[in-house]
Design a protein around this ligand. Structure first.
Ligand code: DGL
Length: 271
């Protein structure tokens, strides 16, 4: 793999949720240039089959590699759960692939958490059982409970991130018997950082909440440092934020997920 330190970092997601990861990367490494692809034409991935998500991921990876990306970040738990292995094989020597699940598992394994670990995510992520499998491999005997929380993505996208509706929905999920007694909670979806504070407030100080956007940015920075692939001077070209189907609503949401101004460009990858 002959990656170029001045190449951009490719980041993709089913839509705008991965902008939380893009934002965390930009905060940690302001010199880096980003090329983001949000596959809004196929949103949500969380209810799609593994085969469908794999096919989308391969096509997006081709685009990011063609744009000279030195690394590809799968900024979506669902795609990380079902398409990571295939994508690693597919991109092989052409680009390193980093997902949002392995960094979280690594962090938790190193921390060696005492007590039960709860994981919330989309139906597809939870059905894959990937967090439990990888955490048990890393720390045999660890207690993991995984719960699908499919209402959270549409709730967040509709702007219900605070107030009674958000608290009711969050509370309903977090009070599920499956999560009872958890001492740690993994936010296994890149949309969830937007309700991290509400979740943490609901759970109280005795439950540690882990946000994959920050953990992934940290992991990526370590990787780029180790491989001497960090950009050594500030970017001169602008970041690019592509989405496969443009609507004004996505443009509005993108600002919220990125936490600042972001201009979305439509890229019809599927035509
Ligand atoms: N951001 C996606 C994830 O992390 C969830 C949205 C979707 O279902 O496409 O899984």
């Amino acid at each position: 793999m002959t990656a170029n330190p001045s190449g951009p970092i490719g980041v993709f997601d089913s839509g705008i949720g991965g902008l939380t990861v893009a934002h965390a990367i930009k905060q940690a490494m302001p010199n880096e240039r980003l090329i983001y692809f949000g596959d809004t034409a196929h949103l949500p991935y969380g209810d799609k089959s593994a085969a469908a998500v794999q096919a989308y991921a391969v096509k997006i990876a081709d685009l990011l590699i063609a744009q000279g990306c030195k690394v590809i970040v799968i900024a979506c738990n669902t795609a990380s759960a079902v398409a990571n292995e295939l994508l690693k094989e597919y991109t092989a020597s052409r680009a390193k692939v980093i997902n949002v699940i392995e960094p979280m598992v690594t962090k938790l394994a190193v921390r060696n958490p005492r007590g039960k670990v709860g994981v919330i995510g989309t139906r597809a992520t939870i059905a894959s059982g990937i967090y439990g499998r990888l955490l048990r491999q890393a720390r045999p005997g660890i207690e993991v409970a995984e719960l699908a929380t499919p209402l959270l993505v549409p709730m967040i996208e509709e702007g219900f991130v605070q107030g009674r509706i958000a608290t009711d929905v969050i509370g309903n999920y977090l009070d599920h018997p499956q999560l009872a007694g958890s001492r740690h909670l993994v936010l296994g979806c890149t949309h969830y950082p937007l309700i991290r504070d509400e979740i943490a407030a609901y759970l109280g100080a005795e439950v540690a909440v882990y946000d994959s956007s920050l953990v992934t940015a940290d992991y990526l920075q370590n990787y780029l440092e180790q491989k001497k692939l960090l950009a050594d001077r500030p970017v001169t070209q602008p970041d690019h934020f592509y989405i496969s189907d443009y609507t004004d609503n996505f443009a509005r949401l993108a600002k919220r997920f990125f936490g600042g101004d972001v201009t979305l460009e439509e890229y019809k990858l599927w035509e």
